[in-house]
Design a protein around this ligand. Sequence first.
Ligand code: ATP
Ligand code: MG
Length: 887
Amino acid sequence: MMTANEIRDSFKKFFESKQHAIVPSAPMVIKDDPTLMFTNAGMNQWKDIILGTRDPEPRRRADTQKCLRVSGKHNDLEEVGHDTYHHTMFEMLGNWSFGDYFKEGAIDMAWEYLVDVLKLNPEDLYVTVFEGSPEENIPRDDEAAKYWAKHVPEDHIINGNKHDNFWEMGDTGPCGPCSEIHVDSRTPEQKAASGKSGRELVNQDDPQVIEIWNLVFMQFNRKADGSLEKLSMNVIDTGMGFERLVRMMQGKHSNYDTDVFQPIIKAEQEITGLKYFTFEEETVSPISKEQDDINVAMRVCADHLRAVSFSIADGQLPSNAKAGYVIRRILRRAVRYAYTFLGQKDGFLYKLVPTLVHEMGDAFPELKAQQQLITKVIKEEEDSFLRTLEKGINMLDKAMEELRSKGEKELNGELAFRLFDTYGFPLDLTELICRENGFTVDEEQFNVEMQKQKERARNAAAVENSDWTELQAGEQQFVGYDYTEYNCHILRYRKVTQKKNEFYELVLDATPFYGEMGGQVGDCGVLVNEDETIEIIDTKRENNQSVHIVKQLPKNPAAEFMACVDTDKRNASAANHTATHLLDYALKQILGDHVEQKGSFVSPDTLRFDFSHFEKVSEEQLREVERMVNDMIRQDIHIDEHRDVPFDEAKKLGAIALFGEKYGDKVRVVRFGPSCEFCGGIHATSTGRIGFFKIISESSVAAGIRRIEAKTGKECEELLYMMEDNLKSIRAFFNNAKDLQAVIQKYIDEHDNMKKEIGAYKAQHVERTKNYLINEMKNVNGVNVITHVLKMGPNSVKDLAFQLRGAVEGSLLCVIGSVHEDKPMLTIMMSDDMVSDHGLNAGQMVREAAKLIQGGGGGQPHFAQAGGKNADGISAAVDKVMELANL
Ligand code: ATP
Ligand code: MG
């Protein structure tokens, strides 16, 4: 039996023998495309080739691509775990032809691989062809049917509708008819029992009759208005689910029973002490509902572990926004299943990471290299979600308690939604807990709330693009590495509406403008000719091209322009970018090789660099880093730039490639002395132009990820002046003393001494006042009474009151009004018998009397204080207490 790794290799070998270039998988997380967060098909990374904006050579390629289908047009999340053949993250084996072979070649090769090489039984294979769409004016794909007829009998060819047989990447973009290959993997017993042919079950959601390979014949581009235009070349794009293929090849009936998942599931069984039932085991003895829940939960966790780990390795950490939020949701789904059905009240997924790395780390070295980071991030996320889960469950418990006391049966939908929204409780979990306690949930209300929120989100995010208006055909030439001004024409433009703001995007035939990419902000500047000047407020990057953002279109868009970059900003951001490379190098030298870039932001004013490191970087280490970077700046190392280097050669040059970054076949390498990186950014011509480098802060951004913010050049100059001015003004406070530290130390010492002396004086004052008050003490009906108004701070008064209580024998009622810095305070102190025998309460009396000083307070029965605002009322307040005491 072939192992999963052998099957993966055989695919590559087969297409290599058919003259295909075997290329690496693109990252699963997409960074520079506003229309797509995650790779959902093998073709994503070739989108610009298909749209004609990138060189198609080599025209035959093949790979295995990491895909994630959890958002947007392709979202399988809710199926995952419940069925046995959809995953969140999966590998898609694919082969491509960009204007080389078309339908016949693709069909012949697919067949040869499955039947001649892998020896799948042709009787179990069915194929579909597009039935056509009259409203879009596309006929049935007779051509594909003709080529299939070379290999399979007519009754194995099935017409399919637009849903299944017209592949689209998203709402817009490349698309075309497709032919799917389905396999009937039922056991002979199942076939006999069902009485249906495989043909009848194709595309009917039967878990044993499933699609494994889709051959897409890309011919069209879907525009924003929904219409189709022809692509400039025919493209073959195929995708085969690797895990499904492995299952066929290993004679299994569930993807989870193959060696792709079994090791992980084994680890789950060991940790939980629960058992997983494979398809065969289930067939022998049908399983209970409880066991099925355990099965589903183990599949969910095994699947989600992969999705989350690969995403972290690709640089996408769980977070609160966008792609990070999607990853967080996947992780939380796994935690919920583990919590509810596998009894895991503590972090669980992170314990599975070693198994995953052991199984897949060779094929995907990014996993191995970042195992520590992946583990740490997952554990932290699990812990924090489990705490939230606990809080949510408490809230739910309280709500159910209330329902019980009111004799009601239904939990209101708003609360269910709040649980969902703030605590990540999906409706099914809330319902499950409620059901266990004999309650139902108002689902309708929940849906209403959900709808409301969706609308809020839609309104906030709505971006509308019009179609491109084409002025000239052609590709854009980027000249920004060599020029900051260049003659150009507008190739095409379109209007974009975002949150009611309107602007235009322009694509030029040649541009010196750098489009935001790799953390470096885009250039701004102007387009000028004799007639007008159009401000370019930003430059983005889309499909490998610079897209210029302008507030208004030129009056004559077809005219010739000079595109001029704002060079002050450009130079400042170039210097910051170069400094980032030096910083990366220095961090690796000083902290160690585990330092991996995890994000970077470079603008004219500042630079920010995120990297993996597991503890705070010490002050001394930061200094060392700064010294090393500044040393390289002073060496004024000249840029050594290599453009269009084949990827493998670049690696040989020793360039550092980032995990999760997408690189073309040809790359640019930027070297400054020992620092050598893959980089498409704009750099200083030599390190000396950075001027100076200073770290401003070092902090934590997430588990295992640190962030350094730094400034360079002119910004450092400003910083230095600010610090100098600060120091000057401090010195001025001390008469411009030469030795500032000694002077400040002297002041501190003097201050401390004075504090001590004042303390002693205060104590004396209290002592003297005490004696005076005891002298003045009156006796009213056998009670020693002290009343007085004096000037004294609150602490001293309290001290005084306690001293009086200690000094006076017998019954005591002491009422002191004091004023300190215009603030009145009323203090009552009594001996215990005043409370027990006379029934007095200092707290109550003080509250009542404090009204006269517009204040409030309280305390114990024998001692209470109240502060107030009206010092004039203090004598009256003292009298009031005496009146209340009623001796
Ligand atoms: P299905 O109808 O089974 O969901 P699909 O039509 O969404 O498949 P395609 O978009 O054509 O599939 O993707 C190409 C191949 O990738 C499929 O033939 C299948 O083998 C595999 N595939 C698609 N989605 C998944 C998934 N969620 N998990 C695993 N493999 C998948
Ligand atoms: Mg699907």
